[in-house]
Design a protein around this ligand. Structure first.
Ligand SMILES: Cc1cc2nc3c(=O)[nH]c(=O)nc-3n(C[C@H](O)[C@H](O)[C@H](O)COP(=O)(O)OP(=O)(O)OC[C@H]3O[C@@H](n4cnc5c(N)ncnc54)[C@H](O)[C@@H]3O)c2cc1C
Length: 458
């Protein structure tokens, strides 16, 4: 059954969804608040980049786009930790050489928009959604001249990000649950340019992290050998964005705390002054949609579940939304009323789980990565996982490299495995040498107390 689908927002999720739905025979119109980034330049500059991992890749593969994206991404098999003592240590992300992929957000969005054009999908830029009338499945869009365009869709999909206008309409309906919460930390982006000969000034095969307890700096490589750095830093207190307003203070602080990064930023002062500080929000809401007399309204991606970026999963979760919705439509003969109800029922617990995991991972990244007890626990985790493949799987692996497991299963399993790790931390012989073959029988016995780890994603 072919439907007229109106997608609000041509960010990453809106674009992928447009391709998936167009390929299923639906008549898709995409409306985007901004101008075409290929003409206007990508808002936010070229710098913002993201870690794409297996959930996102699986969704891109469903749309036939994984190769396009692989061509513009850089594989990162691990993180390189820059300690406060200036020493570095490399940690693999997976036990078997798995990698996440650094990709430019602007570059990926533009690649998806090129594909949308090549498929002849109707896309309207400078169309800002300012009202959705749920009762009649219509939305009003204001263009650059201030003119209002009213469009109807059998289905309206809100892919308009964390501050979604479509969600705004749902928020006015009875018993709509909504919460938002901001981290006390914000972020500022800074760049490390390629060297004078065009070469990379840090190792390109790693996500770099400078953990400093209450704050941290990270850097991801770009295709042109530059790096995008993100400073996650408190808004208030000491030190904070508020306490470092004067650029002299900021530079002195940066040079003292992140000397190896500061040495690679000759234009630090200009960047500090010019680049904005942005906030980090978690949004939870329910339901994600409504069935109206004239069709369906549904939220996906950040519009339904904005999360903090510390597990590198916001886009991946949004892409997974798109893949699951497309699968449900296929399963139910493109019947939106069934698919969208099923979608919300299935996805909401997983969105809640990744929101929790992402918040937890902030503490791990900035505070714990350097902590000897945490490092010991990670060594034990890896040793148990090696002894019990498929039964005891590190939490990072479940979230990042196992799209056959839902986020909710990854969270529940990680909590159960953590109890085992805590118990093992109480065994002096394990603590002395976690990788000794003598412990394997113990590891297997303890892991066997957990139920089998069953794939639960379609
Ligand atoms: C610092 C940072 C680092 C991140 N790192 C990662 C990472 O490593 N890995 C990862 O998976 N995720 C990461 N994320 C999260 C990721 O960026 C988001 O989850 C992802 O962009 C969400 O995609 P979306 O399409 O749902 O929303 P968006 O990307 O926000 O796109 C929404 C689109 O809707 C448009 N729009 C908004 N309002 C309207 C309106 N009223 N009318 C019409 N159009 C509208 C916007 O212009 C935009 O084009 C990170 C986020 C941040 C902030």
């Amino acid at each position: 059954m072919m439907s007229k689908v109106l997608i609000v927002g041509s960010g990453l999720v809106g674009c992928l969804l447009a391709v998936l739905l167009h390929k299923r025979g639906h008549a898709v119109t995409l409306c985007e608040r901004r101008a075409d980034p290929r003409r206007a330049g990508y808002v936010g500059g070229r710098s913002i980049n993201l870690a794409l991992s297996d959930r996102g890749l699986l969704a891109l593969r469903m749309a036939g786009l994984a190769d396009d994206v692989a061509a513009v991404s850089i594989p990162l098999p691990g993180r390189l930790v820059h300690g406060a003592n200036q020493q570095t240590s490399f940690f693999n992300y997976g036990l078997n050489g798995e990698a996440i992929h650094s990709v430019s957000r602007g570059g990926l969005n533009i690649r998806l928009l090129d594909i949308i054009d090549s498929l002849g999908i109707d896309i309207r830029y400078e169309h800002r959604c300012h009202e959705v009338r749920l009762a009649v499945n219509e939305a009003d869009f204001v263009d650059a001249s201030g003119a209002v365009h009213t469009l109807h869709g059998d289905v309206i999909l809100g892919c308009d990000g964390a501050y979604s206008a479509v969600r705004g309409a749902l928020q006015k309906t009875d018993r709509f649950e909504y919460s938002q919460s901001y981290l006390p930390h914000g972020y500022k982006e800074l760049a490390i340019e390629a060297g004078p000969d065009g070469s990379a000034r840090l190792d390109r095969n790693a996500l770099h992290i400078w953990p400093r307890q209450s704050y941290m700096l990270i850097a991801l490589p770009n295709l042109d050998n530059s790096f995008t750095c993100t400073l996650f830093f408190p808004f208030e207190g000491e030190p904070s964005f508020a306490s470092l307003q004067a650029v002299d203070d900021a530079e002195a602080f940066f040079a003292r705390v992140f000397p190896s990064a500061h040495a690679l930023m000759p234009d630090f002062r200009e960047q500090w002054n010019n680049n904005p500080v942005s906030s980090l929000i978690t949004v939870r809401c329910e339901p994600w949609g409504a069935t109206t007399a004239n069709g369906q309204v549904l939220l996906l991606g950040d519009a339904a579940h904005a999360i903090v970026p510390f597990f590198g999963q916001g886009m991946n979760a949004g892409f997974e939304d798109a893949r699951v919705l497309a699968s449900l439509l296929d399963e139910h003969g493109q019947d939106w009323s069934v698919a969208s109800k099923e979608f919300q029922r299935m996805r909401k617990p997983h969105a809640d789980a990744i929101a929790t995991l992402a918040l937890d991972n902030f503490v791990e990244m900035r505070d714990l990565v350097q902590d000897p007890t945490f490092q010991l626990k990670k060594r034990i985790e890896a040793a148990v996982a090696r002894a019990c493949p498929g039964q005891f799987v590190p939490s990072y692996t479940m979230v990042t490299f196992r799209p056959d497991l839902s986020y909710a299963t990854a969270l529940a399993r990680a909590r159960a495995q953590d109890v085992i790790l805590q118990q093992l931390m109480g065994h002096p012989s394990v603590v002395a040498d976690p990788t000794s073959a003598a412990h394997e029988a113990l590891y297997r016995t303890m892991a066997a107390s957990l139920p089998p780890l069953q794939p639960d994603m379609r």
